[in-house]
Write a protein that binds this ligand. Structure first.
Ligand code: THG
Length: 369
């Protein structure tokens, strides 16, 4: 596969950190919420090794916030997700699948509850703001819906606690997973959550003022020298091993939450009102016929610009690989695939065509690690 440079424009938005990640040697971008999102620095494999040992600073401003505030904001947020938010608390983050009236997935944001009447939906790559505005208009809700100028810096990796404590004080070590609080540094207040798109532990800093974010970016590198800090980004290998799902890659608006393994974020028993609830009850009753699982393939390379079909020995379709990468840990290609029901047993064998050669692989459970 040939790669081409991507042309920047106003429509393909830069972030307040773009100049800085370029000075740090970014080597590739993807487009996410119409914004630049770095995908590699030295190489995906060496970024992976570094992320698992040290600490990285990521420009994940492309994880945009949809801010929903006002009297009816809680009702609107609940209408969009099948996760029961009726007992949700201010200061906590909730990973929550958004679904439409057909119970198909729209997005999988982290929902941050800032106040009973103020929410940030930290979205994956789809235009949630228009979906929210449509629902608000149709239901005549008293809400305000905006995309505030919030630009996340993630600090990820096993040494992230040390670096963050050096900057924001020892108290930050007490912050619990999926909780957020405000912390101060050099006269600025920062909204910080213990979260992030890796399983190497870390924080996300939701920066509300560009200059404060750019200064913090520089301080993270200055204070981080002793922890071997480097610029990084969500890492394809690490996130597949950890089964952190990617909207648009692993699942999209043709899949429902059960097919995407979101069972623990589906609450059909409570009396909250959300779009697609009756449809989802029917889907649960009938049972699903395919779901996301892991795959391991006996090869050392794969390009994923479209999904790849898997076959059994009789050329029946086993499923489709949706994301994949070579894992230096497993010494195989590993991937996330939509697998048809007859093939759900872990260890089921399949064939796959990679660059016109046939390779063998097996189905496995998620996560890999
Ligand atoms: N951080 C923030 N916003 C985001 C992402 C993020 N928006 C886009 C995208 N990532 C949304 N998708 C995910 C997917 C997984 C997780 C978070 C966001 C995640 N999952 C944990 C897991 O699966 O183990 C925990 C889920 C739980 O148990 O609550 O962290 O990364 N700000």
């Amino acid at each position: 596969m040939k790669n081409f440079p991507i042309v920047k424009s106003r429509r393909l938005r830069s972030t307040p950190y773009t100049d800085r990640v370029e000075a740090q040697g970014v080597t590739g971008y993807t487009v996410y919420n119409h914004m630049l999102l770095p995908v590699s620095f030295k190489s995906i494999e060496s970024d992976y090794e570094h992320l698992k040992k040290f600490v990285q600073v990521w420009d994940v401003a492309a994880e945009r916030q949809v801010q929903i505030s006002g009297k009816d904001s809680a009702e609107l947020v609940q209408l969009m997700t099948c996760r029961d938010l009726s007992k949700s608390q201010v200061g906590k983050c909730y990973y929550a699948p958004l679904i439409d009236d057909q119970a198909n997935l729209v997005n999988d944001p982290i929902i941050n509850k800032l106040a009973d009447d103020k929410w940030w939906l930290s979205i994956a790559d789809s235009d949630v703001i228009f979906f929210a505005k449509g629902l608000a208009a149709g239901n005549k809700f008293d809400v305000e819906i905006t995309e505030p100028n919030v630009n996340i810096l993630a600090v990820q990796g096993p040494l992230s606690d040390n670096l963050m404590a050096k900057i924001f004080g020892e108290e930050i070590r007490q912050l619990k997973f999926f909780n957020f609080k405000y912390y101060e540094f050099k006269g600025n207040k920062y909204f910080i959550a213990r979260s992030g798109w890796s399983k190497q532990s870390g924080f996300e800093i939701y920066v509300e003022e560009n200059k404060a974010g750019q200064d913090l970016f520089d301080y993270l590198f200055e204070y981080g020298k002793e922890f071997n800090v480097k610029a990084g980004c969500p890492n394809l290998i690490e996130r597949i091993e950890s089964a952190l799902l990617s909207y648009g890659n692993d699942f999209d608006n043709r899949d429902n939450p059960f097919e995407a393994n979101f069972d623990k974020f589906v609450n059909l028993e409570s009396n909250v009102n959300f779009l697609g609830k009756e449809k989802l009850k029917k889907i649960k009753q009938n049972g699903i016929k395919r779901k996301l699982m892991g795959v391991k393939i006996d090869h050392n390379k794969i390009d994923m610009y479209c999904e790849k079909t898997l076959y059994d020995d009789d050329n029946n379709v086993v499923g489709q690989v949706r994301s994949a990468a070579y894992s230096p840990t497993f010494k195989k290609v590993i991937g996330i695939a939509m697998i048809n029901k007859p093939y759900w047993d872990a260890k089921h064998q399949f064939k796959i065509d990679i660059n016109e050669k046939i390779f063998l692989g097996t189905v496995c459970d998620l996560p890999f690690i």
